[in-house]
Design a protein around this ligand. Structure first.
Ligand code: ZN
Length: 253
């Protein structure tokens, strides 16, 4: 099983090669589809060879060109059962907060510079989409030796893939690099769930973590930094409070 990354410096875009075809993990920012197609071409992968599109969670930097990839392939889409409602919102949930002060500063700067509301095109979800409801075996039932693993906390719908080779593609359940600290993602919806997901990753058979942001790192880093999670507090982004509908669920990276 080979994993390549055709993403950019901001967000990784992993493609897993299996005996049953390619699994594309996430679909970048809106507007980056042509860049994705170029990446495919460079690796001699054609669109009909893509059999699965795996969405780690419904965020703007992961679901940006999902519509185009659904349109141009016959791939089966896999996502968490809570993702469709989020994808219909057309923007991230604003629930939660930043995991450190630097991240808060970074998110505020991003707000000044560009995509203030973390919007993405509303996704038309195909009827035969596989909605993950806790069963890790879906891909195994399809003859692929990969488990799906629930990793809520960054978002409620965050899921990952654990390969038989001990590689865990964790989406945003962890990250590696600026402005994250100690392998933590910069946005957390639910801190208790996030901690549980770290414990799940630590207990898993994974040896290497492939995050959506930053380079892969050894799983033992999670054990090393686990105690730091107890010191995390979440910093609210005031701008997001304004965007939240009164009484509705709010959201966000
Ligand atoms: Zn995210």
């Amino acid at each position: 099983m080979e994993i390549i990354n055709i993403g950019n410096r901001v967000v990784n875009n992993y493609i897993i090669s299996t005996d049953k075809g390619y699994i594309v993990v996430d679909t970048g920012y809106a507007g980056s589809y042509s860049r994705f197609l170029k990446g495919l071409k460079e690796h001699h992968i054609s669109l009909p060879e893509i059999c699965y599109i795996f969405l780690t969670h419904a965020h703007d930097d992961h679901a940006g060109f999902l519509n185009e990839l659904i349109r141009d392939t016959k791939a089966k889409v896999i996502m968490h059962k809570e993702s469709p409602a989020r994808l219909l919102q057309g923007h991230n949930s604003y629930e939660g907060g930043c995991s450190n002060r630097l991240a808060l500063f970074f998110v505020e700067i991003m707000g000044v510079l560009g995509n203030k509301r973390h919007e993405f095109p509303v996704v038309n979800i195909p009827e035969n989409t596989f909605l993950f409801d806790g069963n890790p075996q879906f891909l195994r039932e399809e003859g692929i030796g990969i488990d799906i693993i629930a990793l809520p906390g960054h978002t409620a719908d965050q899921i990952g893939l654990l390969t038989g080779d001990g590689i865990l593609l964790c989406g945003d359940a962890a990250m590696n690099g600026f402005p994250g600290i100690n392998r933590n993602i910069i946005w957390i919806e639910s801190l208790p769930d996030y901690k549980k997901s770290w414990d799940r990753m630590i207990k898993s058979k994974a040896e290497y973590i492939y995050p959506s942001h930053g380079k892969p790192f050894p799983k033992k880093d999670l054990s090393r930094f686990r105690s730091k999670l107890e010191k995390i507090r979440l910093y609210k982004v005031l701008r997001y409070e304004k965007y939240s509908c009164p009484g509705g669920s709010s959201t966000h990276l």
